[in-house]
Write a protein that binds this ligand. Sequence first.
Ligand code: BEZ
Ligand code: FE
Length: 302
Amino acid sequence: MRQFEESELTDEVIRSLDETSNPRLKLLLQELVRSLHDYVRRTGLTFEEWEKAIDFLTRTGQKCTPSRQEFILLSDVLGISMLVDAVNHRERDGATETTVLGPFYVGEHKPMPHGADISEGLEGERMYVEARVTDLGGRPLGGVPVDVWHADDDGFYDSQKPGYEEKGPSLRARFVTDGDGRLAFRSILPCSYPIPIDGPVGELILATRRHPMRPAHVHFLVAAPGYEPLITHVFIEGDKYLDSDVVFGVKNELVSKIELRDDPQMPDGRAASGPWHLMTYEFRLKPGHGTAPKPMLASAAE
Ligand code: BEZ
Ligand code: FE
């Protein structure tokens, strides 16, 4: 019978995967074994700690439902989602920076006309968003679908709230850029919000004395044929969590100065009902291809 010393075990397990027919799968599995064995060796992992880890991962899986993905949340708070994003977007060539999709994208949004108010009567400070989509040379890209979504004044997405299916969407829509690459819409100013912390990921956040907050942002998904799909946010300058986003998603160029205006009319000439905020942003797309992401989930709340 074969028996392996601690020092031989890793090489033997790696060898056991040698016949994996898919070369990429073989590489991923062998490197995973190497990293995990190394981790056990370096930390001197005890039986008790290993059991706790298994229990944590088991409960993480058990917390997942069709409308909640605790493993993605775990990947987010450990910076793995942003690392995967980084290694897949090393060369930006001047294209807009990317960031996490997050769990609140629910798939293609309902198309709305330019200037539409997506707030569905929700309370909050009024905001007008003007954006433009161009190629790397600044040439406008027309006819491009842009999905937008953001949290409300209390920090919740529509899909987290009870009755979402019946009430329909709010603070999310699709706009198609005009011939000059522009889109515009009305909404309310988003605020910073906590990620869901009523599960194992919340325990981890608590045990590590981190806060669960994301700085205020609007999500944008720009998908133009012939260009890499752009998944990003525009963050609001001045937010107190910009330097400590719980999912490490902030990039300097994605932080936008939001102007407080008191003009009686918004940029499209329609009347403003009081002071309002103006958010402007230009998205530069990189040639390429790729499919727009599948929605992770309908909601991160049960
Ligand atoms: C979000 O921005 O919607 C989000 C991203 C990662 C984890 C939780 C929420
Ligand atoms: Fe978000």
